[in-house]
Design a protein around this ligand. Structure first.
Ligand code: GLV
Ligand code: GLV
Length: 321
């Protein structure tokens, strides 16, 4: 008998095909039923593949008594009560590395879109307002020679730093642990958090979400930023107080913002949708075909490993603590 694997939502066909060859696959989305109901009907399932939009609670982890692995189809895994899973000896895996370039590209795309007012320009042209070259049409902010402050110098933070340098930006960073080797190798400057906030023309955040950093960007922090600074968040919405950000943008206390994630995702603060100085993306940081396929295959391979009694390749770092 094939072992049972639960996948919360449909993802790339190639990965689904591979799962179906090996396992009895239950796709929650296709059942039309509630997630917990499907878990209860399949208490013998041995693997769960989850999305970052699935809230995997202690209670849901406890339903499947033979659960061996929760493979999250994302690099972030704050959606899973992983401490509980670890305590129960259930593997938790994510999809690191593979999405670094795609995510750093999207970050750069948002920085460029905001600084050069691309979305606003597009709308302007489509509305038939373009009547020829003008000296002061859509003036934006120049990246060359400006300073980018990167919060978090993990893989994505570093990939962004290298891209920013190629655009002539001066890079400063803050992270909980200083990365001296990276600093030396790539000529990056470590500064204190407050210093970074005050000095940066672009502030971009690249850290995982946890309760400890909830609303790291609050009213006080937005107030400390330069009045013509750009704020970028492609990490997790909970890292910012979205209402305060909207207010700062509305009062032009910032030049603009680029967001790929939202505090109450998929809900978005109404005010943001009305502002021209913010570019809004629907959580597409890793959304290239190549990356999403590679991420899906990582979850499949880790499920195969775990269900054949082996250690999966991409255990979350907390396993090593
Ligand atoms: C995307 O946000 C991810 O964590 O993979
Ligand atoms: C994500 O992969 C990071 O470490 O930044």
């Amino acid at each position: 008998m094939k072992k049972k694997v639960i996948l919360t939502k449909n993802y790339l066909e190639e990965a689904i095909k591979r799962l179906k060859e090996k396992f009895e696959l239950i796709i929650v989305q296709d059942t039309g039923k509630d997630f917990v109901e499907v878990l209860k009907e399949n208490q013998d399932a041995e693997a769960l593949i989850s999305f970052l939009s699935d809230n995997i609670t202690k209670e849901s982890i406890d339903i499947c008594i033979n659960l061996k692995i929760i493979a999250n189809y994302a690099v972030g895994y704050n959606n899973i009560d992983y401490k509980h899973a670890i305590k129960k000896g259930i593997y938790v895996t994510n999809t690191p590395d593979i999405l670094t370039a795609a995510t750093a590209d999207l970050t750069m795309a948002l920085i460029l879109s905001v600084s050069r007012r691309i979305v606003e320009s597009d709308e302007f042209v489509r509305r038939g307002k373009f009547n020829g070259w003008e000296a002061k049409l859509m003036l934006g902010k120049e990246l060359n020679g400006s300073t980018i402050g990167i919060i978090g110098m993990g893989r994505i933070g570093l990939a962004l730093a290298l891209r920013a340098k190629a655009f002539g930006m001066n890079v400063i960073y803050y992270s909980r642990t200083r990365k001296k080797e990276i600093e030396r190798k790539y000529n990056l400057k470590f500064v204190r958090f407050i210093e970074l906030i005050k000095e940066s023309d672009v502030v971009s955040i690249h850290i995982p979400y946890s309760q400890d950093v909830h609303h790291l960007f609050n009213k006080d922090v937005f107030n400390l930023m330069k009045n013509d600074a750009i704020f970028i968040n492609v990490s997790r919405g909970g890292l910012m107080d979205e209402r305060c950000l909207a207010e700062s943008l509305e009062k032009n206390e910032l030049f603009g913002a680029g967001l790929d994630v939202y505090e109450f995702e998929p809900k978005i603060t109404e005010k943001l949708k009305k502002l021209k100085n913010v570019v809004l993306a629907p959580h597409i940081g890793s959304a290239t075909y190549k990356t999403r396929l590679a991420m899906a295959m990582m979850t499949v391979n880790d499920v195969i490993l775990a269900l054949s009694g082996k250690k999966p390749d991409y255990l979350i770092p907390e396993y090593k603590l």
